[in-house]
Ligand binder design. Structure first.
Ligand code: SAH
Length: 349
């Protein structure tokens, strides 16, 4: 809840307004895990809060990976569904560059409706949107588990964040607020498969978060083959929205580009990407494809990856090639959750 919602709820119960500030302090400053610990609230109020608004609705079902390395959390939601978050330690930014920040990659939906042909998240289709509290709680729980503050967020977990716009922006308010998690706007990156109208809306949103586009194809022909969303929002429309975004924000947009052998990894694909990146002053993040069980795609050799990067570099387009992180812990989108739900029989493949 945002503070005014909490105040309204408490007032409707006949409680005083200042209780809201007390509760927020317990939750976000002192990081308690239960109402029991909120010792300056009466017993009766604590019980009422517990019944109406359980404080913690996610539980950690599984953790993969060692402390101080990339760790993957499988969270169980209140309805028994699962989502994943990946904690990337300081010294390695999510794009493979140096970073002194601790990054969490969070999910925005259970499953995904966009059906990108290379991605595990969409394999079992779309189940539901995450509520704002379920998005925020991924951060709180990962912090508690790691015993460290997370100061960078990327919405590159499961789901299409911009298809869950209202809840996403509510979560962003809580994550950004001084009374909340106090994570700076420039340290939150929303990634999208390219929902052009919502990109325009995000450009007008009050918190200037960073934007990343899962491009993966720099021509309609290539992109359509692997991303059905391109039929709804072809590149001309997507880049129109990016131009608008650029007119409203100072930060460069990032174009994410997975390298898939024989699909989008040839020099002419790189040249097309150069033109796209230049058109909107974007930087490029190349990601060698992570193989997904049951899908036919493979990553190109390192030589091909380097050659692709070379084309961008020679053209003066700022570009990074993601160094390998998390292949061993199934950190590619949706893999862990899929295994869990298949094992439990919640999804049938
Ligand atoms: N739906 C949003 C948010 C998910 S981000 C979006 O598309 O941007 C997840 C990122 O991981 C996307 O860039 C996606 O294209 C990429 N991805 C999905 N499967 C992958 C795989 N097997 N290997 C590497 N990257 C993958």
């Amino acid at each position: 809840m945002l503070p005014d919602e909490l105040v309204a709820e408490l007032e409707s119960w006949g409680e005083r307004k200042y209780r809201a500030a007390q509760i927020l302090e317990w939750v976000f400053e002192r990081r308690v895990g239960s109402y029991e610990e909120m010792t300056n609230l009466g017993k009766e109020l604590r019980a009422k809060l517990e019944a109406a608004h359980p404080l913690q609705t996610l539980t950690v079902a599984k953790v993969q990976g060692a402390q101080d390395a990339t760790q993957k959390f499988l969270f169980r939601l209140r309805d028994g569904r699962y989502v994943e978050s990946v904690l990337i330690p300081a010294n390695t930014g999510y794009d493979g560059t140096q970073s002194d920040r601790r990054t969490l990659c969070v999910s925005s939906q259970v499953g995904c409706a966009y059906d990108c042909k290379f991605c595990a998240s969409g394999l079992a289709g779309f189940t539901r949107n995450l509520e704002a509290d379920e998005i925020v709680e991924q951060v709180l729980l990962a912090e508690r588990h790691a015993g460290k503050r997370i100061d960078n967020l990327v919405f590159m977990g499961m789901g299409e964040p911009l298809a869950n716009f209202t809840r996403l922006t509510k979560a962003l308010r809580i994550l950004n607020a001084h009374w909340g998690l106090n994570i700076g706007a420039r340290h939150m990156t929303v990634s999208t498969s390219g929902l052009a109208p919502q990109i325009r809306k995000l450009a007008d949103f009050e918190i200037p978060v960073r934007l990343a586009i899962s491009l993966h194809g720099a021509t309609d022909e290539v992109r359509e083959r692997i991303m059905p969303v391109n039929r709804k929002y072809p590149l001309a429309e997507l880049f129109g929205a990016l131009e608008y975004f650029g007119s409203r924000r100072k930060q460069k947009v990032t174009l994410e580009y997975i390298l898939i052998e024989g699909v989008n990894d040839a020099p002419e694909h790189a040249a097309a990407l150069v033109r796209r990146a230049r058109a909107v002053g974007a930087k490029v993040n190349l990601i060698p494809y992570n193989t997904v069980e049951g899908l036919p795609w493979v990553r190109p050799t390192e030589a091909v990856q380097e050659a692709f990067l070379g084309v961008l570099a020679r053209a003066g387009v700022p570009a990074t090639l993601r160094r390998e992180k998390g292949h061993d812990i199934d950190a590619a989108c949706g893999q862990l959750r899929l295994q869990q739900e298949v094992a439990e029989g919640t999804v049938v493949m």
